[in-house]
Design a protein. Structure first.
Length: 247
């Protein structure tokens, strides 16, 4: 399992993903779930993945055509004219990859190779866009009513984003909100874990305005984790006391 969030703001896009991959409690590994491509001054694209690792790595490899020699490689993401077409390309590759794996491994393996993805980015002259790609290859786009997407282990961190999100918030506040969401998810589910990958894309900038890997010894993340726990305790203690004699 994993946890990834893509969020739209008035100023651009913020993305965060964990890196934990596990096949049981005794087989835990770290793999990158966030990938990015940019053409300075022209486009910036990022993808986050959740699900079967072989499936997601195969899709990323096909997008970059890693099986070819460097001078023969052809990344379709850097040539598609719109973000909608990029989402279509990713969706078709994901659907076909899952179908091929299911066919090769028989009926007993059905459902084993499923995966989902978040696609985000902007092409010059167009608006920043955010898409959620389903295993079937279809997708939905973020909007005013649905301004962020989550994939993976979503339930623990979602209430925090719902209560704290504001499209006008700064990038810094958005990162703080996501760190609280991820900290709560990590505390509640062992299948999500550090390090975390962070990417911030400013509107009309076409290259990362901020990116970093957040490790277990990161002082800011540790301060967020401790501070959030203490704030919750104080908030709980400030609530009215319950009485068995209350009417």
């Amino acid at each position: 399992m994993t946890y990834c969030v893509g969020m739209m703001l008035d100023d651009g896009l913020v993305m965060m993903s964990d890196t934990r991959t596990n096949s049981g409690v005794d087989n835990i590994s770290t793999f990158r779930k966030m990938y990015q491509w940019s053409v300075p001054g022209e486009r910036m694209i990022a993808i986050m993945t959740s699900g079967n690792l072989a499936t997601t790595q195969s899709v990323i490899s096909q997008l970059e055509e890693r099986g070819k020699t460097p001078d023969e490689r052809h990344n379709s993401l850097l040539e598609a004219p719109t973000m909608f077409q990029i989402a279509t390309i990713v969706g078709k590759l994901l659907r076909d990859t899952i179908a091929s794996s299911d066919k090769d491994n028989g009926q007993e393996a059905a459902g084993t190779f499923t995966a989902s993805m978040i696609v985000a980015g902007q092409i010059k002259g167009m608006e920043p866009r955010l898409f959620l790609i389903y295993p079937e290859g279809n997708f939905i786009e973020a909007s005013f009513d649905t301004p962020f997407f989550q994939i993976g282990e979503t339930k623990y961190g979602r209430p925090i984003i719902l209560r704290g999100y504001d499209p006008k918030m700064s990038f810094e506040d958005a990162v703080k909100l996501l760190m609280v969401s991820f900290d709560s998810t990590i505390k509640a589910n062992l299948s999500v874990g550090l390090p975390l990958d962070l990417l911030v894309m400013r509107r009309d900038y076409f290259e990362p305005v901020h990116q970093r890997r957040i490790t277990a010894d990161d002082p800011y993340f540790r301060a967020i984790s401790v501070g959030w726990s203490e704030a919750l305790k104080l908030a709980f203690e400030s609530l009215p006391d319950y009485s068995f004699n209350a009417k």
